[in-house]
Design a protein around this ligand. Sequence first.
Ligand code: SAM
Length: 340
Amino acid sequence: MAVDAFGRSVDYLRISVTDRCNLRCVYCMPAEGVAWKDRSEILTFEEIERFTVVAAATGISRIRLTGGEPLVRAGIADLVRRLRAVDGIESIALTTNGTLLPRLAGDLAAAGLDGINVSLVSLDPDVYARVTRGGKLAEALAGMEAALAAGIRWVKVNVVVVRSLEQDPVSFAGLTMDRPIHVRFIEYMPLGGGDDCGGPGESAGDWTRAEQVPSDEILARLTAEGAAAGLGRLAPVEADGAPAGRGPAKYYRFEGAEGTIGFISPLSHSFCDQCNRLRLTADGKLRTCLFSDDELDVRKALRHGTEAGLLTIIDAALAAKPESHNMRVGTLRRMSQIGG
Ligand code: SAM
């Protein structure tokens, strides 16, 4: 098992397979979009597989594929099949906006995908269209249904909470009542805009502190409004009853519900002391922390170096992994360019 300089076991690798996306969510990309990387800069499936083999040898056992939108990358199910076959890799999950799942969920399940997270910012079609700048809620919901129907083991829904969007947490809770859907509310993070922000401050890109909603506020609303809506009592879920993933979410469940409700609170309840992950960007840079712009050049090592060189890079990443993200405001890359 790989251990970093602060004694944390690192067994989880998030791999971004593309910086491209078929949506333009306001909290993720600027209105003018971002310049796509040239295809030659993006890692090939062979390169991702080679890196995964080396990473697995150091103790990485779980992988999440993300982007951009991972389902716009042609042949994504093939990549899942190849990575699932790597010695030491025990699970592969994928984060998606879900809109392309109706046609891909079956292939992904057959390829061995263990889990899918569908990002759904609102269950109101008009809000969804506005926030995703043109997305259709019905397509994302059909994607979520397709994942369930395909038999993918863990289906989670990611909800980034942004104050001015006035999202209704109870409507999301309804998804968990009679199906094994795990809804997770995520605090809106200050990513991107780092080039116009000189350090910790109040805003980065489109993020401002006023837009952030602490998880405790959503929990309090769900407890009160859920009971009023007849969903019953919301109680914490013991660690062994939480959906798989060993991630940072804290889980709750309405009485009798099949699914759970999780909270991911990087800002109000830092979980850096349990951070177990590295991130590989689509253009082959290894990041030690979502908020750290210090990147190690895996692509160069893959194209011009040896497997030993890749091992050295992973060791260097473990040594450089910061103790905490220090509530840094702003990064040079947006979430879509890092891999959410
Ligand atoms: N396109 C896929 C999707 O929509 O899920 C995968 C990539 S997206 C960047 C991954 C996750 O990052 C999504 O759940 C998205 O909501 C989240 N995300 C993007 N920007 C964020 C921000 N500023 N704060 C918190 N989460 C963010």
